[in-house]
Design a protein around this ligand. Structure first.
Ligand code: ZN
Ligand code: ZN
Length: 138
């Protein structure tokens, strides 16, 4: 990872919502929970922890929320046109967002530092050696 890659632009699939990520995320994690499998239509989802001050969104987004395993509210923002999820956040701590970073133009920055919820992981996916893992939410 290198700082000179920033800013990096991103957008939903249809382009109605776009954004500019101004700085490197605090951390990128891969989540293997069943909710993320459903959301990502894949074996796991990628999340980039980002300071809300380091990202600028343009375009209308819709909201959806659910109660997470921790009891916290997991709120989501998505494009009303194509349905692409842009980010998650906890309404109690809106200064930190959980970007769905596969919407970035340059996804080469997405090397997960940790894999979480590996208790729900697909058996065929092998986590790279030396990577931190957590059975559930750390
Ligand atoms: Zn869209
Ligand atoms: Zn998850």
């Amino acid at each position: 990872m290198s700082e000179n890659k920033y800013p990096i632009k991103g957008a939903c699939q249809c382009g109605s919502v776009s954004y500019t990520l101004l700085a490197e995320p605090d951390m990128v994690v891969a989540c293997h929970c069943k909710a993320c499998q459903k959301l990502s239509t894949s074996a796991f989802s990628l999340t980039a922890m980002v300071d809300a001050a380091n990202i600028v969104f343009a375009g209308e987004m819709h909201d959806w929320s659910r109660v997470a395993d921790s009891g916290n509210i997991s709120a989501a923002k998505f494009c009303p046109k194509c349905g692409n999820r842009l980010y998650h956040f906890n309404p109690n701590t809106p200064d930190k967002i959980k970007l769905k970073p596969t919407t970035l133009e340059d996804t080469s920055i997405l090397n997960p530092a940790a894999h979480i919820w590996v208790s729900e992981k697909q058996d065929w996916f092998v986590i790279p050696e030396g990577t931190k893992t957590f059975a559930k939410q750390p």
